[in-house]
Design a protein around this ligand. Structure first.
Ligand SMILES: [Zn+2]
Length: 323
């Protein structure tokens, strides 16, 4: 017998008035799509707070029928300017997961630099040529396959992106050695987006006072680790540091030692070691990026989520996830 979904967790990133923003090429949810999706969610689900879901995970209470949790990754300013007032107006709450490095050190993370480079890119083929060109000098220090080999291994037709963009993303988000990815992304960013990232940082990320305001209004603030690296690829000590730094930020925002807090794995990357650290650090549950709904809470550190694009953007739509 098919189990009824117990909890549907929806994942959001950018939510903005896209056409009037400075980078309309960014892959974002528009304000009106978000509003329409909230209509849909309110029609079919009961939106819960992070605390209600944590209480259910701990067996202290039960979730309502068709429970839904709204989650917002990456600490974008959009979450204060656009999302927070829209949720409050409807009497809803959400969970927010800022990477502490971006918020505290005010620097643009590699993952977002790359998104900006792609947002202003008009010629995917030329951009890939540029990446291959920038790769050359790194071959002296790192074992990197030849261009043709990289193409053969990693270029696949994407659902939303042309094949060149898929390859660029895979190379610069994961496949190349970390220092190489960082160096090439920085170079592309400086050439194509801005010489000085500090101008963009302040329109990109939340600040501590904004996060405190949201928290005071009942919004949950959890951890998205520190620098948005793939936790699986890090040493034990690095993993621990990534998580500790983010706990420091929560301590500041909560105004007290965070307990039963929620982890959201950057890029969905975690392993057994991550979960061990979380269990030792007062974390109650972890959110992954595997697509799906939660049918039970037995594995609270590996909860699947739906992407916003998996659900409709208008109230009176159908969705396979309702069945
Ligand atoms: Zn993220």
């Amino acid at each position: 017998m098919k189990q009824r979904p117990l909890l549907t967790i929806v994942m959001y990133h950018y939510v903005r008035d896209l056409s009037r923003s400075r980078y309309p090429g960014i892959k974002a949810l528009t304000t009106s799509e978000f509003s329409g999706q909230l209509d849909f969610i309110q029609k079919h689900y009961t939106v819960c707070s992070g605390r209600e879901v944590v209480a259910a995970v701990k067996g202290e209470s039960k979730l309502p029928q068709r429970a839904c949790l709204l989650t917002f990754d990456d600490g974008f300013l959009d979450h204060f300017v656009t999302v927070f007032p829209m949720l409050e107006e409807r009497g809803l709450t959400g969970c927010f997961f800022p990477p502490s490095k971006a918020i505290v050190e005010r620097c643009l993370l590699g993952v977002h630099k790359l998104q900006l480079v792609l947002a202003v890119c008009e010629d995917a083929k030329a951009l890939l040529e540029k990446v291959f060109h920038l790769l050359k000098p790194h071959r002296r220090h790192f074992e990197i396959p030849e261009d043709a080999e990289l193409w053969q291994r990693y270029a696949v037709e994407g659902k939303y992106d042309p094949i060149e963009i898929v390859l660029i993303k895979r190379l610069l988000q994961a496949r190349l050695p970390e220092p190489v990815r960082e160096d090439i992304t920085d170079d592309l960013f400086r050439r194509n987006v801005a010489e000085d990232e500090s101008v963009i940082v302040d329109e990109w990320y939340l600040t501590v006072p904004e996060l405190k305001t949201m928290h005071r209004h009942g919004m949950e603030v959890g951890s998205h680790a520190h620098s948005h690296r793939f936790l699986e690829t890090l040493s034990d000590q690095q993993q621990e540091q990534e998580i500790l730094n983010s706990v420091e930020l929560m301590l500041d925002i909560w105004g007290q030692k965070p307990s039963d807090w929620i982890m959201c794995y950057p890029a969905g990357s975690y392993d057994r070691r991550t979960i061990d650290i979380l269990q030792r650090s007062g974390c109650a549950m972890g959110l992954a990026v595997e697509t799906g709904v939660v049918s039970n809470l037995k594995d609270p550190y590996t909860l699947p989520r739906l992407d916003t694009n998996d659900l409709p953007f208008t109230e009176n739509s159908e969705s396979r996830w309702l069945r």
